[in-house]
Design a protein around this ligand. Structure first.
Ligand code: PLP
Length: 392
């Protein structure tokens, strides 16, 4: 018989040996361009706070006002007694912004993916999924008994083959990340919806890294490709560029109605505190009436990516503010991250199982809050450490 302690000690030793054991970095103070880690100020290139909304005073003010009006907690799940008018009003606002009929907020993005896929897909159906889709999509697929087909990353030939092979299924769902979280490349959603139309399949896109980043006023990937009305399920998160917390589904009114009754990750969890909802609502207003954040984000991202590429780093296929610096073995990525931290730059190594074993990397995300001095400083340090380690 293995005891819990024996099991844990053995597993942890093994994870450490593989250089994939992680601990939690802890920050003092606000999430901004420079943060305090272990008593030392460092420049961070690791947050999803794309627009700088997480620490924006306008958001904090909206939350404070809601706190005074509504109190803090909700005391129940949405279905039973937790829904306040602020929840429904926000979902209307979000749907209008996303140009869909309706939306529904979940406690997180992972809950939105799990609950939606679980509720919609039956044993007689088929799910067709990009091989690099986010773990929360994979979890959602695992909650179903549907047939699964995994197609090579962004390979439209592979997708078409999977569609041909699943013609017997009752209904079919193509599911893809919009912006892939580890590489920063953008799914060819125009081609995907075309194939879906040809083969009569549904499309679900995970816009976690496209929300606030792509499209007019940050409306996301559907707007970026002008595919309004052609994507059945537009999933996104309020936790990244919007600086708050929560996941959501945008689409038809019937989709919302159905998920309220059937999505287990929606049914069995307590409603968002009103202060969080108010901050989400302010974020959706702010992304539209303060375009400066969006403009700065893209200016910074382009500048930084060009500089890293100019130095000869392998930045993969990135087309967005996510810029990976791919180095190969996980040990090397861990060392690069450690050396950069000594120089005052915080970037987490991303290793297996988040990416393939031989594609370990540090993943950088510049935000609207980085100054041009920040970016010059970061480029200089990447150059120094990259040369020291023989990467460039
Ligand atoms: C972060 C992320 C999620 C999860 O969103 P949360 O709101 O943080 O739970 C889902 N999908 C993708 C692609 C993500 O990057």
């Amino acid at each position: 018989m293995t005891t819990l302690v024996d099991f844990l000690q053995k597993e942890i030793a093994s994870l450490k040996e593989q250089n994939i054991f992680t601990t939690l970095p802890v920050f003092e103070g606000q999430q901004k361009n420079r943060v305090v880690l272990n008593g030392k100020e460092v420049l961070t290139l690791s947050t999803n706070n794309y627009l700088g909304f997480a620490n924006n005073p306008r958001l904090a003010e909206a939350a404070k006002k809601a706190l005074e009006k509504w109190g803090f907690g909700t005391g129940a799940v949405r279905q039973i007694a937790g829904t306040m008018s602020i929840h429904n009003e926000f979902e209307k606002q979000l749907a209008e912004y996303k140009k869909t009929e309706a939306s529904l907020v979940f406690c997180s993005g992972i809950a939105a993916n799990r609950g939606t896929i679980q509720a919609l897909m039956r044993p007689e159906d088929a799910i067709i999924s990009d091989e690099l889709n986010h773990g929360s999509i994979i979890d959602g697929v695992r909650l179903t008994k549907s047939e699964r087909k995994i197609y090579p990353h962004m390979d439209m030939g592979g997708l078409e083959t999977a569609l041909k092979e699943t013609q017997g299924a009752a209904k079919r769902l193509i599911v893809t990340d919009g912006v892939f979280s580890m590489d920063g490349d953008i799914a060819p959603l125009d081609h995907i919806t075309e194939l879906a139309g040809k083969y009569d399949a549904m499309v679900m896109v995970d816009d976690a890294h496209g929300d606030g980043v792509l499209g007019k006023d940050g409306r996301g990937i559907v707007d970026h490709f002008n595919l309004h009305g052609k994507v059945d399920i537009d999933m996104g998160t309020l936790s990244k560029a919007f600086g708050c917390l929560g996941g959501y589904i945008a689409g038809r009114q019937e989709l919302r109605d159905y998920l309220i009754t059937m999505a287990r990750s929606f049914i069995f969890t307590t409603a968002h505190p009103p202060a969080v909802v108010a901050a989400c609502s302010e974020a959706i207003k702010m992304v539209q009436d303060e375009p400066i954040h969006f403009e700065r984000l893209w200016k910074n991202a382009k500048h930084f990516k060009d500089a890293l590429q100019g130095l000869g780093f392998d930045t993969g296929r990135s087309q967005t503010p996510i810029t990976p610096v791919i180095v190969g073995e996980s040990g090397k990525a861990v060392e690069l991250s450690k050396k950069l931290l000594e120089e005052g730059i915080f970037v987490k190594p991303i290793v297996f199982p988040l990416v393939a074993r031989d594609k370990a990397r540090v993943r950088t995300i510049v935000t609207a809050q980085h100054t041009s001095e920040d970016l010059d400083f970061a480029v200089e340090k990447f150059k120094k450490v990259g040369k020291d380690m023989g990467i460039i």
